[in-house]
Design a protein around this ligand. Structure first.
Ligand code: HEM
Length: 392
């Protein structure tokens, strides 16, 4: 019997197909979909992101069943998940390790798109939906980190909510909306819990938009030249399903290593102490994935200035398709970008390392140099390079 997915277009449509042509849609979009032949392993990270999101939502649902969003019980309920709920430690470790895998894939996915110029016309909307996803993932991770109500949850959130408070005009009402009062307490914890899981489902919706946008403009590729005839493409199935499937096995091995052997590799020990508003930890540090932005906040003496620079560092990505109008896509074919972009990647990593260290004068200086390079790259080098390439 032929599988419904394999039914050729010439066959008369069946009962279901005449009413809801979902099989032909799946076949067009995920079986016969034409893909460039020359994609490299960096094109598998989108699939990793989707699978990690699925793990996060599944494990999150089980955690939510046992979690109590109340400041007197939240910490104990998380301890109970770790120690008493059958396989609770595993579900929690999946969720915590998943955040690390998600952000690592997200940063590599963005880096790949920057290196190969995948943000350029006609892929601007694909890029913007991706950036929307990044912001949503960040808000979700921030809200989730407060839930265990440990020392870092409490003090980390206090730092960020103070920063939100400094935003002109909307800062005060926004922080009041989140806190439900003046301080971080029960109302805030409840609101952040609701924000955390509703945001997670909203992310699924935006992923659907992101992939739909991708299927309209199709994938870019390392050469930066779109295929012009069918001989330059391969159908998604079986070529990319098998390749992504293999890559996914390797990815899941790394994820499993983190979950089973190093569950606390990247978490901060202070978060295993219950939140205490009267005792400030000696060193308030964010998780690694927020460290670059934390380093920016700290490198500027004024709170508003730090906030403007931290949000500006992301805002430049939103306008990038219009800052860089050259039609040459991959950095490999752009001498200025090939030099300057790796330095911008290095600046981001340096900021991450600085954000995880105490703000000594040396780290503050390193952060300032890195911030300067980040902005020089996007606001000066990219427009200049594209100007030169367009006029030559
Ligand atoms: C949860 C978050 C995300 C998911 C699940 C996701 C998923 C995907 C998938 C499945 C693909 C196709 C495979 C691939 O090219 O790797 C893709 C492509 C793409 N994504 Fe994402 N993405 C996410 C976040 C982002 C972000 C944050 C950006 C950029 C800021 C972004 C920009 C792009 C671009 C430009 C492409 C096309 C790349 C090309 O063809 O060269 N995505 N995404």
């Amino acid at each position: 019997m032929t599988s419904p997915l394999k039914t050729p277009d010439t066959d008369p449509p069946g009962w279901l197909e005449r009413r809801l042509p979902v099989m032909s849609l799946l076949r067009r979009q995920y079986v016969a979909f034409p893909m460039p032949r020359n994609l490299n392993a960096l094109w598998s990270f989108g699939a990793f992101l989707i699978v990690t999101m699925a793990f996060m939502i599944a494990s999150g649902l089980f955690l939510a069943i046992n979690y109590t969003p109340d400041i007197t019980q939240a910490f104990a309920s998380v301890e109970a998940i770790d120690r008493q709920v059958p396989s609770g430690w595993f579900i929690r470790s999946l969720h915590m390790g998943g955040v690390t895998m998600l952000f690592a894939c997200l940063y590599i996915h963005i880096g790949r798109s920057l290196w190969y110029g995948s943000y350029k016309a006609p892929r601007e909307l694909l890029w913007l939906t991706g950036l929307g996803l990044m912001l949503m993932v960040m808000v979700t991770a921030f809200a989730g980190y407060v839930l265990p109500w440990g020392q870092m949850s409490y003090w980390g959130a206090t730092v960020i909510l103070n920063a939100v408070h400094a935003i002109p005009l909307i800062g005060q009402p926004l922080s009041e909306l989140l806190l439900g009062g003046d301080t971080l307490g029960n109302v805030a914890l409840h609101r952040l819990f609701v924000l955390h899981f509703t945001m997670a489902f909203a992310i699924l919706g935006v992923i659907a938009l992101h992939v739909a946008a991708l299927h309209v403009v199709k994938s870019n590729n390392p050469s930066g030249v779109d295929p012009v005839n069918p001989s330059q493409t391969l159908p998604f199935h079986p070529y990319y399903t098998s390749r992504d499937g293999f890559a996914l096995c390797l990815f899941l091995m790394v994820y499993a290593g983190l979950v089973f052997f190093l569950p606390d590799l990247l978490t901060l020990a202070d978060n295993y102490i219950q939140a205490n508003p009267l005792v400030t930890p000696r060193d308030i540090r964010p998780e690694w994935y927020f460290a670059p932005f934390y380093a920016i906040l700290r490198a500027v003496p004024s709170r508003l200035g730090g906030l403007l620079l931290a949000s500006g560092s992301l805002a430049v990505l939103f306008v990038l398709p219009w800052l860089d109008r050259s039609t040459i896509r991959p950095a490999t074919r752009r001498p200025m970008v090939r030099l300057s972009l790796p330095l911008a990647f290095a600046a981001f990593i340096l900021l991450g390392i600085a954000g995880m260290h105490a703000p000594t004068p040396a780290w503050l200086l390193a952060s300032r140099v890195a911030i300067a390079w980040w902005f020089i790259h996007f606001l000066l080098v990219m427009p200049l390079a594209s100007e030169r390439e367009m006029s030559s």
